[in-house]
Design a protein around this ligand. Structure first.
Ligand code: AMP
Length: 293
């Protein structure tokens, strides 16, 4: 069998709008033809309201594979009833225009009844990397994420699925799911793209008032402080307590500031074999921001 054709597709396709597909039958027809032609596929799952962070993932998809698919689906099963599902920003036309600039081939934009038809009852329950952190505050979140990613993978059939480290625990959960369920694809994580002042780009940043936007940069700053404390072998408990205090004083309600093992997400014990990851979730008014480094 010939090897799949990987990236470096001609970029002359840039500014040609990607085809927007809403049914599984049409999706399978197009991706099936690509596979038959030996063209590798990269999938970038998103909830839309795209920014430079998302586009960086698409560019990497372009580099890795012949074809890039971006899914845009605000997944209801990963939001609790009191969360921001209904007000989550939606701008499909704007997203498609942005994706044209990075030569994305296809936008997979199913509606909720296509993704979860009446009677749909099967869910993926991740453990391992899903234990703690986000799960302590959003208990159903990773069940929704893992289920929708598993469905997106079987719908699109990608060779590569590309995620951002911005959602670090999600990246580890999806990586573990792909490994545990023998899904035939490679999960790739890419570094967080940041605003010039260091704030991680996020679709939710557009909720922030000008004042809160200025305050939000405190998150990457306290992460840098905790990382500096780790590098200096200073007292970690004190460094984390100081980070929480700094966030509270700036006006945040803190869900967590934690230092974890970068691979297992188990607590960081300071062993030389462990790579530390500092993870933060905190609220500014009604907006919940997460970041890590
Ligand atoms: P979302 O649309 O927020 O669900 O994000 C879709 C994908 O984009 C996820 O894999 C995110 O981790 C990734 N992503 C979001 N923000 C950024 C960012 N600032 N830099 C890199 N990747 C990001």
């Amino acid at each position: 069998m010939p090897a799949p054709k990987l990236g470096n597709k001609s970029t002359s396709a840039s500014h040609v709008k990607p085809v927007v597909v809403r049914t599984i039958a049409e999706l399978r027809q197009i991706t099936g033809a690509w596979r038959k032609a030996g063209e590798a596929i990269a999938l970038i799952p998103t909830m839309g309201a795209l920014h430079e962070g998302h586009l960086a993932l698409v560019r990497e998809g372009q580099r890795l594979a012949c074809r890039t698919v971006v899914s845009i689906f605000v997944n209801p099963t990963q939001f609790a009833p009191h969360e921001d599902f209904s007000r989550y920003p939606r701008d499909e036309a704007g997203d498609v225009a942005k994706l044209a600039t990075v030569a994305c081939d296809l936008v997979w934009a199913p509606d909720a009844s296509t993704m979860y038809p009446p009677g749909s009852a099967t869910r993926v329950h991740p453990k391992g990397a899903a234990i703690g952190l986000e799960t302590d505050f959003r208990p159903h979140f990773f069940e929704g994420v893992a289920t929708v990613c598993c469905k997106l993978f079987t719908q699109v059939g990608p060779d590569f699925a590309i995620f951002g480290e911005k959602d670090y625990q999600q990246l580890q959960v999806v990586t573990q799911m792909a490994r545990d369920l023998d899904l035939p694809l490679t999960v790739i994580g890419l570094p967080t793209i940041r605003e010039p002042d260091g704030l991680a780009m996020s679709s939710r940043n557009r909720y922030l008032s000008a004042e809160d936007r200025a305050t939000a940069v405190t998150i990457p700053r306290v992460i840098a402080d905790v990382k500096a404390a780790i590098a200096a072998r200073a007292d970690l408990t004190a460094a984390v307590a100081k980070a929480k205090q700094t966030l509270s004083t700036a006006g945040f309600r803190v869900d967590y500031v934690e230092v974890r093992d970068a691979t297992t997400l188990l607590p960081y014990e300071g062993a030389t074999t462990q790579v530390p990851r500092v993870l933060v979730a905190a609220w500014l008014g009604k907006t919940r921001l997460i970041d890590n480094a």
